[in-house]
Design a protein around this ligand. Structure first.
Ligand code: UD1
Length: 428
């Protein structure tokens, strides 16, 4: 297992490119199950979670070409041919490391009429059930049984049928799962209160390129007319808005001036607004974003997470770290997940002053944090601890960075490229 050694206090400078989005690449890889030929995805980030999804598709009998090697490196690409799928199942050892494995359920039911998917267990950041996915698929005619911890799913004899579905809670992967089931179902499906996250739209656009008929993309009501077959297509994965926000927070906290290339600024509107409110200087030019900040010059800003276009829960931990060093007190409210403040205990070890009351954190900025050893508990928490260490005086260690590698494309190397003093060592 690797850990990161970080020497804080170095300002950041230079430029860095944002990779493809994890949360778009995952449903897009699952969408390959729907096609009668290969799906080619470009701008694929190098992530542990995508390797897991690749293994899962391979386990089912698909031909998976992930990160093909070429002279001097590899291509950021996945070519996925699931036309020879033999085993429509997602076993526990793969699902347990990645809840997003549940994204294969809708495509398997739509294309193969059956699926066996291990029930995702509890997760560090909350209960995270998939009951809403199952209820929506049941409305389309699917039947479910539970056996040995697996969901045994079956579509009716004539295939899934379109349905009028309203999600009582906005669910990102739930919307994607049902959308992918609906594109090959008989008749029309309406998804009301659909998630509007840009990653849902990116998946929808790839499905349209494959021949799907989806109306209302980018809105909260999707209208899907089932078709008989989806064909090969090629799609470039959208840039990762959470990675972009994390890099932004790194520069804001460590201080300095750097350019973040390749982010889609529209996807980040609310996040950028909060950074500006906190006193971070942002300048957009030709699609690049230049960020400038002085350590100690940030001021407190309140944030409450909500579904897109609101402030993303996946940026909460990083923003909280930033507020730990700002002037004044901020209130950070987490409305999406019930247990997403595990980074707080670790941040306190660096001297952060944070009080938790249910879903709210009151963060009193302390100016300078001081380095300490820390343990990452989940993906975004890992990023939060790294940011705190960059801004702290002295040395820090962040262990269990496999969480980080699941969802960030070599964040440590990108930060080192900006001048951060960060290195990776084996943790025995
Ligand atoms: C996705 C993202 C994750 C992000 C989250 C919220 C992927 C691969 N992951 O996760 O990074 O943090 O959206 O933006 O895209 N819920 C239920 N029942 C369900 C489904 C969800 O109660 O069947 C609840 C969840 O517990 C949570 C809320 O709904 O409280 C939203 O979760 P959801 O949007 O489904 O998150 P994910 O799709 O798992």
């Amino acid at each position: 297992m690797d850990k990161l050694l970080i020497e804080g206090g170095a300002p950041l400078s230079g430029s860095v490119r944002v990779s493809g989005a994890k949360n778009a690449a995952l449903p897009l890889m699952a969408a390959a199950i729907l096609a009668d030929g290969p799906l080619t995805l470009t701008n694929i980030p190098r992530l542990g979670d995508l390797r897991t999804m690749g293994r899962l598709l391979g386990h089912m009998g698909g031909r998976v070409g992930l990160y093909p090697e070429e002279a001097g490196g590899y291509r950021e690409e996945a070519v996925l041919d699931m036309s020879g799928l033999a085993r429509p199942e997602a076993p526990h050892d793969l699902v347990k490391t990645m809840r997003a494995s549940a994204l294969v359920l809708g495509p398997l039911l739509a294309r193969h009429g059956q699926a066996r998917v291990s029930l995702p267990g509890g997760c560090a950041i909350g209960v995270r059930p998939i009951d809403l996915h199952l209820r929506a698929l049941a409305a389309m005619g699917a039947e479910f049984d539970l056996s040995g911890g697996d969901i045994m799913a079956r579509a009716p004899r004539g295939g899934l049928a379109g349905a009028d579905i309203r999600f009582e809670t906005v669910t990102v992967t739930g919307t994607e799962n049902v959308m992918m089931a609906a594109v090959l179902a008989k008749g029309r499906t309406i998804i009301r209160n659909a998630a509007r996250e840009p990653e849902v739209s990116d998946t929808a656009r790839a499905l349209v390129a494959m021949g799907a008929k989806i109306g209302g993309i980018d809105g909260d009501e999707l209208s899907i007319e089932g078709v008989d077959v989806l064909r090969s297509a090629s799609h470039a994965v959208m840039p990762d808005r959470i990675e972009a926000g994390t890099l932004l927070a790194a520069v804001a906290m460590a201080g300095g001036k750097a350019t973040i290339r390749g982010a889609r600024l529209n996807d980040l509107a609310v996040v950028l607004g909060k950074f500006t409110e906190a006193g971070v200087l942002l300048r957009a030019q030709n699609g690049d974003l230049t960020v400038e900040s002085e350590p100690g010059a940030l001021s407190a800003v309140n944030v409450s997470t909500s579904p897109y276009p609101g402030f993303p829960t996946d940026m909460q931990a990083q923003f909280l770290a930033m507020m730990a060093t700002a002037r004044g007190a901020s209130i950070i409210t987490e409305t999406i997940f019930e247990n997403r403040f595990m980074h707080v205990a670790e941040l306190r070890r660096l001297g952060a002053d944070v009080t938790l009351e249910g879903r709210t954190a009151v963060v009193k900025g302390v100016g300078r944090l001081s380095g300490a050893p820390m343990t990452a508990s989940d993906l975004r928490a890992s990023a939060c601890l790294i940011l705190a260490a960059l801004a702290a005086t002295g040395s820090s260690e962040v262990s269990r960075v496999y969480h980080l590698d699941r969802g960030y494309d070599r964040l440590d190397l990108k930060l080192a490229g900006l001048g951060a003093r960060i290195s990776r060592v084996k943790d025995d």
